[in-house]
Design a protein around this ligand. Structure first.
Ligand SMILES: Cc1ncc(COP(=O)(O)O)c(C=O)c1O
Length: 397
């Protein structure tokens, strides 16, 4: 049992929600913390009069709470409007601030989120930046031994995600960052999916830049943040009045920043109390039940251990993920990233891991969170299994 009870108005009389990696519910405690900044405390935090005082204080506290979750200093946190914006600021900002005579190079990896991939592609198209993609193995992991030979003198940045949104696979961030630093190269990690789900310490990982997305950790959509290690130079994406240390102009969205700060504080408390273990146990129970009900038909996609505790990505042989989910309206889950789900193409992440298109098309991403109950799992597993057996009745070898 989590410490907020099993009831959330967003889930009442609705399908079982197993799509927390697409987005989380807003925790009612987060909404409560943000509310006064929508209803009462309207002042501009940069104004010089009394109306600024409370918003100014609240923004500072939110920054402190967010920094606390990742072991950073408050002054190192830049609020953005999304995880995508934070990724853009990290990558574009580093490359455009890089001293160089030749076009800079970025090293990333083959299964990154589009917010990283498309930023790299735009820099290539518009600024002649070279992009190198490290491969991932069948477990979805980057081999750190592959990094050193790609680090050329013109490399501006290595950007490798902390946790994959589709498979939950964790990358060896500390090891990769150490290799980049040994060659004087900055290191960014997209931790949009990792933040709040696993402990993060930017000093232990020794990363220079780290992305956070609010709506993956029980804050609203439309708020994110970038950790920018003190001393790292970035070119802003948005120019203007000098807010956020001059890195992100625009009057601060105090209510959403407060929400993100509150969400970070709750996430830290939950991690410290072992609340994430409850989710891991339920995730493994779901896997176990499906294995029992569909012998030899369930294949795990992604590393068994080096994985987010809430994420189960499986391929069920004999049925495509899209067909399966379409036939089970009582379960809200995904076949891959929410941003791709309109297209029936096999997941590029699973293809990058070396899986064939058939296995990739059979993928189901089942992701759990704060309001998932044992009852949800006990109901979801037989529904999924029944539909897989209806689609393909024979247990397949
Ligand atoms: C790994 C990863 N990075 C970045 C993002 C983008 O975050 P946002 O939706 O806040 O732009 C997502 C969201 O799906 C994600 O999963």
């Amino acid at each position: 049992m989590n410490n907020v009870g099993t009831y959330h108005p967003g889930l009442a009389d609705a399908p079982i929600y197993l799509d927390y990696n697409a987005t989380t519910l807003v925790d009612p405690r987060v909404a409560e913390a943000a509310k006064p900044y929508l209803t009462t405390h309207f002042g501009n935090p940069s104004s010089g009069h009394a109306y600024a005082e409370q918003p100014h204080r609240a923004l500072a506290e939110a920054r402190q709470q967010l920094a606390g979750m990742i072991g950073a200093e408050p002054a190192e946190m830049v609020f953005t409007a999304s995880g995508s914006e934070a990724n853009n600021l990290a990558i574009r900002g580093t490359v455009l601030a890089h001293d160089r005579t030749a076009p800079a190079r970025i090293i990333t990896q083959a299964s990154e989120h589009p917010a990283v991939m498309e930023t790299c592609r735009a820099l290539q198209r518009l600024h002649g930046v070279q992009v190198t993609y490290l491969p991932v193995d069948r477990d979805g992991r980057v081999d750190p031994a592959a990094l050193p030979k790609t680090l050329t003198p013109d490399t501006a940045l290595v950007s490798i995600m902390a946790a994959d949104n589709e498979t939950g696979v964790l990358q060896p961030i500390a090891e990769l960052a150490a290799i980049a630093h040994a060659r004087g190269v900055l290191f960014h990690t997209d931790a949009a999916q990792a933040a709040g789900k696993i402990p993060i310490d930017v000093r232990a990982w020794r990363v220079d830049l780290l992305t956070i997305a609010g709506h993956k950790m029980y804050a609203p959509k439309g708020i994110g943040a970038l950790y920018v290690r003190s001393g790292v130079r970035l070119e802003p994406l948005i120019y203007g009045g000098g807010q956020e240390r001059g890195l992100r102009a625009g009057t601060e969205n105090v209510a959403l920043a407060v929400a993100l700060g509150a969400a970070a504080h709750l996430a830290q408390t939950e991690l410290d109390a072992g609340g994430v273990d409850r989710i891991r146990i339920l995730r493994d129970l779901l896997h176990h039940r499906l294995d029992e009900l569909l012998p030899r038909r369930v294949q795990l996609n992604g590393h068994r251990d080096q994985r987010l505790p809430n994420t189960l990505n499986i391929s069920i042989t004999g049925v495509t993920g899209d067909d399966l989910l379409a036939a089970i309206p009582g379960i809200a889950a995904a076949t891959g990233a929410a941003c791709h789900s309109a297209t029936p193409d096999p997941s590029p992440v699973l293809l990058a891991m070396g899986h064939d298109p058939g296995r990739a098309l059979s993928a189901l991403r089942l992701t759990l969170g704060r309001w998932t109950t044992r009852d949800d799992i006990e109901q979801a597993a037989p529904q999924i299994a029944a539909e897989a057996l209806a689609a393909h009745p024979i247990a397949m070898l």
